[in-house]
Design a protein. Structure first.
Length: 276
């Protein structure tokens, strides 16, 4: 797998899943553009990539703003002259209470803001980068979630948004496929990012409870997702488009009745710290 001579734009590439994706593509030879609202960590990840021997640029990008996404594309072309892979990962919960709740609890403003980042931003990324991706026979990868497949209560914005990502990916694949661009999605399970690692270090028994939910008996790390994204952008995946690759350690394949009973038994037999 070699991305030498390619340019990969990663939204939300400062930390977490996006940070891992940026490093993975740099490791495989791609030039990187990190587009993020967190410039402190974006620049730190860029420094890491450069110290690895890679090339990386950063740009302040608020994906809720159309002009920022357009500028991200223009900036990437100014710096590197092309775009081959667009990885649409960014989503900030910000004030989490703004997006939490049912249809009766979330404000109209909260709904509009959340859906703008979860759906509209992906539409705009494809819109503004589309011509360049067609020119280079590139890839679009949209980051969804297992929450796009299995619903959680009290989270209408996130669940609806991530579900829509899967549908958008399929539709975009139909439009872009004849033009030489493949469009796929990733549905991650629970990924222990830098921020989550700190949380779980304070609650090791809570992490163990989470790990027991997965057939592979561990939660994921950003590199697990980065490996999947790299594969989907590689020549080895040239006959794959419109697909949502689930990378969740087997979480979503389990019969829920059995899963619930097993978790109850585990909780009864162990001293558990529940994360929420």
């Amino acid at each position: 797998m070699d991305f030498s001579g390619k340019v990969t734009v990663v939204t939300g590439g400062a930390l977490g899943i996006g940070g891992g994706i940026a490093r993975k593509f740099a490791e495989k030879g791609s030039k990187i553009v990190i587009a993020d609202i967190d410039m402190v960590h974006a620049n730190k990840n860029s420094e890491t990539i450069i110290n690895m021997g890679g090339e990386c640029e950063t740009i302040l990008t608020d994906i809720s703003k159309s002009e920022d996404i357009k500028r991200m594309v223009e900036f990437s072309l100014e710096k590197y002259g092309r775009i081959d892979n667009l990885i649409q990962n960014a989503f900030s919960t910000g004030n989490s209470t703004e997006f939490s709740g049912s249809a009766m609890e979330v404000s109209e403003e909260g709904w509009d803001k959340g859906i703008s980042m979860l759906q509209k931003a992906l539409f705009l990324g494809a819109k503004f980068a589309g011509k360049e991706l067609i020119k280079n026979k590139g890839n679009i990868i949209n980051i969804s979630s297992v929450h796009g497949l299995l619903m959680s209560k009290g989270a209408i914005v996130y669940e609806a948004g991530k579900s829509a990502v899967i549908g958008m990916t399929k539709q975009m694949a139909c439009d872009f496929g004849p033009l030489g661009v493949r469009v796929n999605a990733i549905c991650p399970g629970h990924i222990v990012t830098e921020k989550m690692k700190i949380r779980w270090e304070e609650m090791p028994k809570g992490l163990k409870f989470f790990e027991e939910q997965y057939p592979v008996r561990r939660t994921g790390v950003p590199e697990d997702i980065a490996n999947g994204v790299a594969f989907l952008c590689s020549d080895e995946a040239s006959f794959i488009t419109g697909h949502s690759l689930v990378i969740d350690g087997g979480l979503s394949i389990q019969l829920q009745e059995d899963f619930g009973v097993d978790q109850a038994k585990y909780a009864k037999s162990n001293d558990i710290e529940f994360p929420y």
